[in-house]
Design a protein around this ligand. Sequence first.
Ligand SMILES: [Zn+2]
Length: 430
Amino acid sequence: MVLLKVRPGAVGELAARLPGGVGLVSATNGKTTTARLITACLRADGRVPVANRAGANLLSGVATALLETQGRTPAPDCALFEVDEAALPAVAAQSGPRAVVLMNLFRDQLDRYGELETLAARWAAMVAGLPATTRLVVNADDPAVAALAPGRPGVVRFGVEDPALALPALPHAADSTRCRRCEAPLDYSAVFLGHLGHWRCPACGLERQAPEVRVTRVELDGVRGSRVHLTTPAGAMTVDIALPGVHNAYNAAAAVAGALAMGVTPARIAPALAGAQAAFGRAERVALEGREVVLLLAKNPTGANENVRTVLLDPAPLHLLVALNDRTADGRDVSWIWDVDYEPLLERIASLTLAGDRAHDLALRFRYAGLDPAVMRVAPGPDEAIDGALAATPAGGTLYLLPTYTAMHELRAVLVRRGAAADFWRDGDG
Ligand SMILES: [Zn+2]
């Protein structure tokens, strides 16, 4: 922040020193994981990328990452940043990116971002200002994001084309279901996640374009990970990732498309993704007191729905700790929990611990869902929540933590204190 005060153009100056260019990744959901996957590809290709720490994704976080690596040996030769949706226009304007990966826009933190149409309009203005040399990578399955691509040369689209992953209907939390051109309701022949799918406007004919990077098949290995089969302009790829769920198939597709746009040698991509570790709090798993603890961050209804879908892949009775905070970084408005489809969990829950500043809102939500109050308990603090949830989980079993952003930090601090997880400050560019 000091650097940006004394030298407002510092990000542009420092970025210009990187011969391999700058890649930017933005999205409501999945940007941290995807940026981490692309960074792994760059390293596997023999590059020395600068990367920002998870969550330090405003202009100040980008400036910090560039500043910290000055004078480092070996000298960094490229950069890959996850960027906050609202901060993206400023970061893109300064950094003259080689590639910009736009993954999705979901309703999130209404108090801070406004409706997603506001962000979509800001992204459209940002795209219009990009140099012609910037490779734009967009999600063909998100109507709001795909609408940013037409007219630009060299656009790379990614999307999912595995009918086995389709949902029976649009979820309640689906956001962007109207045509970007004429506002008629879109028809979907397949929905994979939120409002992502194969869409078409019956009124004006605007429709999803065939992606260059397509996921043809996903083999979900429960909550452990997935095998993602893709076709790309550089040939077919099979990618094993230690990240579960359909949302991570999208992240893998975005990472493959982003790595190709950054010039990574295609043969290096699949091995790099297979070796990548989960980002801090994103499907991160640790051992504690003879139990496996899995952290699944969710900040909005679409993310929470995907976590529900992911834990349901575990055939065992479910032990869950759901934590809801309403601080600035979480979004102050927690009404979104009423848009999450928690109901499919009910028959499968063996124990439910509720925590966070708004634990009682969660208890009310689960009560309305019809959960027997005898299987849930409200914990007064993060330590009590972990203790109670562990005690309810049989030895050798798995405990799933489903927190919002600041609640994740609190729960993770407990895990670090008990020696189960690495400290946050060691995460990021290491
Ligand atoms: Zn239309």
